[in-house]
Design a protein around this ligand. Sequence first.
Ligand code: ZN
Length: 451
Amino acid sequence: MGTAKRIVDTAKTAWRGLGERHVPYWSWDRLRRLQNERLHAILGHAYNTVPFYRKAMDERGLRPRDIRTAEDLTRLPLIDGRMLQRSPGLFASSAYGEGSAQPLLSTGTAGTGRRRILWSNEALLAELAAGERDRAVLYGILGKRWGLRRLSLHPEASTTRATLRYQWGRVHVPRFVAETRYVPPDSSYEVVVEEIERFRPDVVYSYGSILEHFCRFVVDRGIEFHAPRAWVYGADGLSDEGRALVRERFGCAVLSTYQSVECGRIGFQCEEEKGFHLNVDRCVVRIVDAEGRDVAPGESGEVVVSNLVNHATVLVNYRQSDRAAFAPGRCACGRTLPLLERLEGRMSDVLHLADGREVLDHVLIHACKKVLANTLQFQIVEEQPGTFRWRVVPASGTDGESLVAALHAHAAAVLSSGDVLTIELTERIEIPKDGKLSRVVRPAAATSLDP
Ligand SMILES: [Zn+2]
């Protein structure tokens, strides 16, 4: 990358970033206009250069101009991770190749392996600029926008790091803007505490499961440290109890962002922490039921996204495998970007009981809430429908036998008599290479993680 090109890209991205700060406050009409413009552009492009959409539109007798607004997306088929994993070429645009796009790998989730998604160079830089929307929330909380000290617990192999490696190769972030230190998430938490003490970050970035476990761990061991002013987490979730604990014990703001390799930054939390403001001009979000029909606001379903900015791998109506609901009404913060009321976790975080019922893991966790307060970390392994192994790391000083008995007693309120539950006490649950600790795992899915 030539120096001159890097200076130009840096200036362009910084300039775009300034404009991005205002977008969350635009009128709904203006947001819709931009959404429609981008939708028309990507569908025209998809029809001309992406095999899957050419065929899908031809088969339905559609032309790109027939899809006028986001509501018309129901006329196009839903796609999912399995299709993308099996045939990535069907979704790749012939207009992009090596040099004009970067491959990013998603993590494997239950039922699907890793997926390779090409991001165009310009879309990756635009993502960096659009990040000003959520960084503005952080600047407000920290009371500063320059000289940010950031500590990241994202693993080297994560998509977040891969994206940043590309972006920072193109754009120069001077130290007076921000300085970032990386600590591998598999370091012992004593090391993480030492690094935080030494570097004194304003903000720490990690996955939600790491934050939750780290917080429970330092509270349990009575470790004192200078907590950062804010902690930003993404990807996997933090429990409500974990969030309250972080706020109470660390005294720091807790913010979350919602993103995927397929769609980039889908949404972000504001100061109200009520849900996720959706970047609808960059990504159309639908919520559908099991039959693929759109549900009403407030109703839960599966998140379906259409990436309007990345023209290299085109993903329209992509089942994101996350469970969520739209919030009705407007947010008190003044942003007009609509809200996703809650993100309820992965579609795969569902337990299959022996009597055929499907129960969200939250239901079981909620029933055992009081008992789980004496634990540091846990994971439910669904060996097969109706057979569960619950791996639990007890807090120090907890009597293991009574913990196991209490978990069995509370779990019985949710499980049926045909279900077999084994509780396994352990010292630590290893964090996988991609850094995301799933609450529910299935042995079959675990083996399909490798590409
Ligand atoms: Zn808000």
